[in-house]
Design a protein around this ligand. Structure first.
Ligand code: GBH
Length: 492
């Protein structure tokens, strides 16, 4: 559709937030420094065979020692926000609030103070996948509901120590990934294989843990600290392959509900899972001979507790796929999340590729997804908490494909605001710098800054995309060419 595709000039609403992001395990290193406990990614990455090249996050970008460098490069780009995450086992080495590691608290105090001194507002994620190993070993981590209490108390420690200065919190980063790739057999830590069973149990506990952390803030901290707490969900856009086929429209909607709705529906709609998940998983479970559904149920009180437990909608979005109805739905003997929802999903080989197999550049997808969220979840404030592009040219500072990606995706966000009335408050580029890309190790790079992982100093160097992004931020979008645009100069 040429009209939808045409570039839109214009600026973002006043006060629009421009940010960039990282996460603790991906950048910090210092994996055994100053009393930190091990977490499931320390274990997973240090077990040969799990990560490309057997790379680890033991040192990563060494941000544990080089956080001042991180603050400096953010400042250089003139970004007024920075999204990072806290390492649970750096603060609570065994995961419980019985033992607080003061060195961990000091580290984050320094970082937060350093950011604020330079006028940068912290956006802090409590959990970006690095579960304290002891909680996994003691009771199975997210598979056990004891985690709800422990996560709540961890959140409390963070609010108590940092909430005087941190006013923007995210509880969980991408619970879908934690449940499905961590506990369903997706090749992420802790590497538990319980597809279609464990993943649903983990998700159930993740949702309740999130709600717990939100309520603790709401009950005990909001009045004095006056901040906001939300969750960040990830989703591709699921485009119906053939929009004139009712079956493809339904398939795409079903996929969206199984993906984003799994978490979004309980929190933003009615405290419970999407109806289509309930129906299909109940049915499959029965056919497979289970006595009760593999999808757990919430009590009435739990539903009430969960509904509305997010002050805004955090969204991580990268790519799009086509969805269609498979020719037939054969219920598998072994439980499987993908079998449960019966949708064929694939990426068009014509779409521009990136350094990651799963990531194709399909800018119009973000606009459709934003509109879907607006309609489905009652027009919430949406914070885009991640969006970004990978390359495999690990030492190239010229990254025109990343610039194209940012330009076109950001422009689609502008269209969502201007033309569809979606209430988007923030855009966050993933990532501030190259870092440990989970199972891909250091082979896929998302950074706007290059990091040299062969150099003990881990120098950060601007790529072209960082200048581009700084220019977009300086102009608050894409002003019409008649206005004099501001161009950012490279840092010297
Ligand atoms: C984000 O997840 C993460 O929050 C961030 O930490 C990460 O660095 C960034 O994405 C880039 O990946 O290996 O083919 O099975 C986005 C969701 C999770 C999508 C991992 C791709 C791997 C798919 N991503 N997933 S595959």
């Amino acid at each position: 559709d040429p009209e939808r595709d045409a570039f839109l000039f214009g600026t973002f609403p006043e006060g629009f937030i421009w940010s960039s992001a990282t996460s603790s395990y991906q950048i910090e290193g210092g994996y055994d420094a100053d009393g930190k406990g091990y977490n499931i990614w320390d274990t997973f990455a240090n077990t040969p065979g799990n990560i490309a090249n057997n790379d680890t996050g033991n040192i990563a970008c060494d941000s544990y020692n080089k956080w001042e460098e991180d603050v400096r490069i953010i400042k250089e780009l003139d970004l007024e926000y920075y999204r990072f995450s806290l390492s649970w086992s750096r603060i609570l080495p065994d995961g419980t609030a019985d033992n607080v590691n003061q060195a961990g608290i000091d580290y984050y105090n320094n970082l937060i103070d350093g950011l604020l001194a330079d006028g940068i507002t912290p956006m802090v994620t409590l959990y970006h996948w690095d579960l304290p190993q002891d909680l996994q070993d003691d009771y199975g981590g997210w598979l056990n509901e004891t985690i709800i209490y422990d996560f709540g108390e961890y959140a409390r420690v963070c609010y108590e120590n940092f909430g005087d200065r941190v006013k923007l919190w995210l509880t969980l980063n991408e619970p879908w990934i934690i449940a499905q790739l961590g506990y369903g057999c997706g090749g992420f830590a802790p590497g538990v294989c319980a597809d279609g069973t464990g993943s649903y149990v983990a998700a159930h506990n993740l949702i309740k843990s999130h709600a717990k952390a939100w309520h603790i803030y709401d009950d005990d901290f909001r009045a004095t600290q006056a901040g906001r707490v939300g969750i960040t969900l990830n989703s591709d856009w699921m485009e119906p392959y053939n929009r004139s086929l009712e079956t493809d429209l339904n398939a795409a909607e079903r996929a969206q509900q199984f993906h984003l709705g799994w978490f979004g529906h309980p929190i933003f709609v009615d405290g419970d899972y999407p109806e289509v998940m309930r129906e299909m998983i109940d049915y499959s479970s029965e056919v497979q001979g289970y006595n009760e559904s593999r999808l757990p149920t919430f009590t009435a009180l739990e539903k009430e507790y969960i509904l509305g437990s997010s002050d805004f909608f955090g969204l991580n979005h990268y790519t799009t796929g086509y969805a269609s109805k498979p020719d037939e739905w054969v219920i598998s003997d072994n439980p499987s999340y993908y079998n449960d929802y019966a949708v064929d999903f694939w990426k068009d080989p014509e779409w521009p590729s990136s350094g990651s197999d799963w990531l194709k550049s399909v800018p119009w997808g973000i606009r459709r997804l934003l509109e879907w969220i607006k309609d489905e979840y009652g027009d919430p404030e949406i914070y885009v908490t991640e969006n970004g592009f990978s390359t495999k040219d690990i030492d190239d500072l010229n990254d025109p494909d990343r610039i194209d990606y940012y330009q076109s995706y950001i422009d689609e966000v502008l269209k969502a605001i201007e033309m569809d009335g979606v209430n988007v408050k923030a855009y966050t580029a993933w990532s501030l710098m190259d870092n440990f890309e989970w199972a891909a190790g250091y082979t896929e790079r998302f950074g706007m800054h290059h990091v040299d992982f062969d150099d003990d100093d881990r120098p950060r160097t601007q790529k072209d995309s960082s200048l581009f992004y700084a220019t977009v931020k300086a102009n608050n979008g894409f002003p019409k060419p008649t206005e004099e645009p501001i161009t950012e100069e490279p840092a010297v």
